[in-house]
Write a protein that binds this ligand. Structure first.
Ligand code: P6P
Length: 324
C-alpha cells in the first residue's frame, strides 16, 4: 500500500509539478490529521457545542470550527511555500510567508451543524498559485479552473483524504498509525444517476426550473424521466460530494426566493470551486445553472453561488431546464 508521503514525490515527478505544491498539500494534510484527532474525541475533549462567537457569514461558530480554523492557520503559517490563506472563518485573508508561491483557501469544518450529533463533517481546501506582486484580496480571486489543486478530508466512519493536482483524483484512508494510505486511484463519477441530494424543505422557495426538475425526479417512472430516483440529504456537502464521487448522483443548493440578492447559500472559493475541480477531474460536472462553476470569475472571497454538481448528464439536464 502506498502512503501519501511516498505518493506525492512520485506524482510531482511524473507530472513535472513544483515541489512547493507538494509541500503545501502535505501541510494541509498535517493540519487535517490534527483536526481529525479533535473531531474523534468530541465530548471527551469538551469541544462540542457553540463557541459563542460568529463569523463573517453571520453564522454561529462551533467550538470545533474555531479549533479547526486555528490548526490550519498555525500549520500553514509555518510552511514557507504559503504566501497567504483565506478561510470561511476569517473576515479577510491572512498573509503568511512573503516568498511563498501558493495561496490556500479552506472551509475548516464543513457541515459543522452535524458535529454535535455525530454525523460526518469535513475540511475542504483549494490551492492557488500566488500571482506576481504584492498580496491583496484580488490575488485570491482566481477562477476555479486555475486552481493548482484542491480536495477535502472527510471525517466519517473512515477518515479519508481526496485530492487532485489536476492529473487525476486520488483517495487515501487514514490508518491506525495516523498515516494516509492510498485506497483508490482515479474514481470516475458515473455520467448517469438515480440519486439526488437537495434540501426539500426549501421547495416552496425554488424558482420554476428547479421546481420542474425536482417534480420530474419525484414523478419517477410515471414521468418524463422514465425511472425512479432516490434522495439523500446529509447537510454536509463534503459527505454528499464524496458519495457522488464514489457512486454518482447530483447535489443541488439552488438560489431561491427567500433572498434573491443571494445567488445561493454555498461559497464559491472554498466550497464549490475545490469540490468542482475534484468532480470534473473525475468525469463529473458542476455549475451554477448558467455556466460551469470553474469558469466563474470570482468577485469576493466569501461570495455565494448556486450549486448543481455531480453526474454529468444530470447536471447538463438541469442546465437545459434553466436555459429553456
Ligand atoms: P441546510 C453546511 O452548513 C453547508 O454549508 C453544507 O455543507 C451543506 O450541504 C449545507 O450547508 C446544508 O444546508 O440549509 O440544509 O442546513
Amino acid at each position: 500500500m502506498t502512503t501519501l508521503s511516498q505518493f506525492i514525490p512520485q506524482h510531482l515527478e511524473n507530472h513535472h509539478l513544483p515541489e512547493g505544491l507538494g509541500s503545501v498539500l502535505e501541510a494541509i494534510v498535517a493540519a487535517c490529521v490534527q483536526i481529525n484527532g479533535q473531531v474523534r474525541q468530541g465530548a471527551l475533549a469538551g469541544i462540542l457545542g457553540e463557541a459563542g462567537t460568529g463569523n463573517v457569514q453571520g453564522e454561529d461558530q462551533k467550538k470545533l470550527d474555531v479549533i479547526a480554523n486555528q490548526l490550519l492557520i498555525n500549520t500553514l503559517k509555518t510552511n514557507p511555500n504559503v504566501a497567504g490563506l483565506a478561510s470561511e472563518e476569517e473576515d479577510t485573508f491572512v498573509a503568511c510567508n512573503e516568498n511563498g508561491g501558493y495561496l490556500v483557501l479552506f472551509d475548516p469544518l464543513d457541515g459543522s451543524s452535524n458535529i454535535d450529533v455525530n454525523i460526518s463533517v469535513g475540511t475542504i481546501f483549494s490551492i492557488l498559485a500566488k500571482p506576481e506582486g504584492g498580496l491583496t484580496t484580488e490575488s485570491f480571486l482566481q477562477k476555479g479552473r486555475d486552481q493548482a489543486g484542491s480536495g477535502y478530508v472527510l471525517y466519517g466512519p473512515q477518515t479519508q483524504l481526496v485530492f487532485t493536482l489536476k492529473h487525476g483524483v486520488f483517495v487515501f484512508t487514514l490508518d491506525e498509525a495516523g498515516n494516509f494510505v492510498q485506497t483508490l486511484a482515479n474514481p470516475q463519477v458515473p455520467a448517469q444517476t438515480k440519486e439526488f441530494a437537495i434540501n426539500m424543505s426549501n421547495q416552496r422557495h425554488w424558482f420554476a426550473p428547479m421546481q420542474q426538475y425536482i417534480a420530474e425526479l419525484l414523478a419517477g417512472d410515471t414521468g418524463v424521466r422514465g425511472k425512479n430516483y432516490n434522495m439523500r440529504w446529509v447537510a454536509s456537502m463534503v459527505a454528499e460530494i464524496h458519495r457522488i464521487l464514489m457512486r454518482g448522483g447530483v447535489f443541488m443548493y439552488p438560489q431561491d426566493a427567500r433572498d434573491p440578492s443571494k445567488p445561493g447559500k454555498l461559497r464559491l472559493m472554498y466550497e464549490a470551486n475545490p469540490l468542482s475541480l475534484v468532480l470534473e477531474q473525475a468525469g463529473g460536472a458542476s455549475g451554477n445553472t448558467v455556466q460551469a462553476m470553474l469558469d466563474i470569475q470570482p468577485e469576493g472571497l466569501h461570495q455565494r453561488v448556486a450549486v448543481v454538481m455531480g453526474s454529468r448528464e444530470e447536471v447538463e439536464y438541469v442546465g437545459r431546464l434553466h436555459r429553456a
